[in-house]
Design a protein around this ligand. Structure first.
Ligand code: NAP
Ligand code: MG
Length: 499
């Protein structure tokens, strides 16, 4: 069946036939947590119970890490010719594509994301990420360095060993793939802990990894809460931890690494990204539509969300009219309906958090549109796309990461003022500027303290070639691109004396 024929009915009926695995995948097999404890996996679409999930704790972490170490030391994965690892990973990606409907449905049910997005972004994006690193790994080599005549100097990259990946719930499979694909391609063993709010796709792809030929232990998935993440970060036999999540938890992970074995720590954290529209913006309609998708895509549950819209006073009224118009596309709907652009907020806690910020916004700023809970499906967690005029941007909602569909508009009069406001943040993940002038575009991009700067666009760059990550408290290290391999390899200098 072609994607365009898959309507709400198709996905609803597919749902009734869905079998959901909730156990951990450790050392090549599904099993319960040692404690036999479980937690409920609730669908944010309608509040229904999807499955009971193994609540992994310290003992399970230890099992998975020991299995990962055995797999690494046996050389059954790390010792393969990179071409052989490539072939296995390409098979894995092909299996993910073969099971794309099932995975997209799991992701939509689990995380409330529109099926239109999980079928086009999350699942194919994860497969593509695996393919990209698989295809890269037999093409990157080391160096022969300049040295004295009597020496041969080699610089090689080696896998670090056991890599733990701890990931959030907003792009459950995709954020996981950004970690495990380069780490596995480089020859490491990986233990993945998905968020307890969205564990289903990670659990499912673990089995596909085994089917593709990734050896037992080289890839395990441990569902569980923060304690499982903490146990991984404290484990003395984990060599590297790659984390995507909030800045406060990122700080804890750094602390745990310091308390234990100084494992390598790589952090992709939060953001409060500025989207700056200058008066010479070449296309105000496009800027308005893009500003809406920058904050409302994925329910605003985006680390890169363009949550601060900085507008020059001269064009403010014109842009805001168009923006409010563009926001109507994001009326919350049933995530299983392919026509829906705005799905459900991940859970009750996040819903309350976002509504709390909306209340704060009502006190400090002027509400332009939205601001209420929506009821797209009974029992689900939905919020209207919401826009506040915050004047100079001092309001709480214009400073803190909300991780929901709430936009703060900030007004400025000069480019210097815009750059100053844009950079006045603890974060530095992404930024954008709209201008028709090439010099201004370069000048402002250089002055913005952010890991990614978009000019006359936002959230572009779906391929894997651009390194992704943040300045300041948005983290360190980069996902995607060949640079990601640097995180999961050690550099070795070998000096050979000839005579
Ligand atoms: P979070 O609360 O920091 O959780 C992230 C992961 O860490 C989850 O798997 C969580 O487990 C686990 N965890 C919680 N407490 C822990 C602890 N003490 N030790 C070790 N692990 C622990 O973040 P979130 O709410 O899932 O995700 C939203 C945040 O992620 C936002 O700040 C967003 O900006 C950020 N994010 C950043 C990027 C990026 O690339 N920069 C991308 C996406 C999201 P449980 O959930 O099971 O408790
Ligand atoms: Mg869930």
């Amino acid at each position: 069946m072609e994607t365009q024929d898959k309507d709400l009915k198709y996905w609803q009926s597919r749902r009734t036939r869905l079998e959901i695995e909730g156990r951990a995948f450790i050392d090549g097999a599904y099993r319960d947590a040692r404690s036999h404890h479980t937690f409920d996996c609730i669908s944010p679409i309608d509040g229904s119970l999807l499955a009971r999930i193994a609540a992994c704790g310290e003992a399970d972490v230890d099992d998975a890490v020991c299995a990962a170490r055995r797999a690494f030391d046996s050389n059954g994965w790390a010792g393969l010719n990179p071409r052989a690892r490539k072939a296995i990973m390409l098979r894995w990606a092909a299996l993910i594509r073969k099971h794309a409907d099932e995975l997209a449905l799991l992701e939509t049910l689990d995380a409330g994301k529109p099926i239109a997005d999980t079928t086009t972004v999350d699942v194919p994006g994860a497969a593509y990420c695996i393919e990209w690193f698989a295809e890269a790994i037999d093409k990157v080599g080391g160096e022969v360095t300049p040295a004295d005549q009597h020496l041969v100097g080699l610089v090689t990259r080696e896998p670090i060993g056991v890599v733990a990946a701890v990931v959030p719930w907003n792009f459950p499979l995709l954020m996981a793939a950004w970690k495990f694909a380069p780490a596995l391609a480089a020859g490491n063993s990986v233990v993945l802990k998905p968020s307890e709010k969205s564990p289903l796709t990670a659990i499912r792809v673990a089995r596909l990894a085994l089917e593709a030929g990734i050896p037992p232990g080289a890839f395990s998935v441990l569902p569980g809460g923060g304690e499982a993440g903490k146990a991984l970060a404290l484990h003395r036999d984990v060599d590297c931890i790659a984390f995507t999540g909030s800045t406060p938890v990122g700080k804890l992970i750094t602390q745990y690494a310091g308390e234990s074995n100084l494992k390598r720590v790589w952090l992709e954290l939060g953001g409060k990204s500025p989207n700056i529209v200058l008066p010479d913006c070449p296309d105000l309609d496009r800027a308005a539509k893009t500003a809406a998708s920058a904050i409302f895509y994925n329910m605003g549950e985006m680390c890169t969300a363009g949550s601060r819209l900085l507008v020059h006073r001269e064009i403010k009224d014109a842009l805001l009219d168009k923006l409010i118009d563009a926001s109507r596309r994001y009326v919350p709907g049933n995530p299983l309906d392919p026509a829906t652009a705005m799905g459900a907020i991940i859970d009750q806690t996040q819903l309350d958090r976002v509504l709390g910020y909306v209340d704060a916004g009502r006190r400090e700023a002027r509400l332009l549109t939205g601001g209420s809970r929506a009821h797209a499906v009974d029992g689900g967690f939905y919020i209207e796309p919401t826009i506040f005029d915050t004047g100079n941007g001092n309001a709480l909602i214009a400073r803190e990461e909300i991780f929901g569909p709430v936009l703060s508009v900030i007004t400025f009069d000069t480019i210097d003022e815009a750059v100053r406001i844009a950079n006045a943040s603890d974060y530095g993940l992404a930024a954008a500027v709209w201008t028709a002038d090439l010099t201004t575009a370069h000048d402002v991009s250089r002055r913005l303290r952010a890991g990614t700067v978009w000019v006359n666009c936002y959230d572009e760059g779906g391929d894997m070639n651009f390194p992704f990550g943040g300045y300041r408290q948005s983290g360190n290290g980069r996902d995607k691109s060949l640079h990601a391999l640097e995180k999961y390899t050690e550099l070795k200098s070998t000096l050979i004396r000839l005579r």
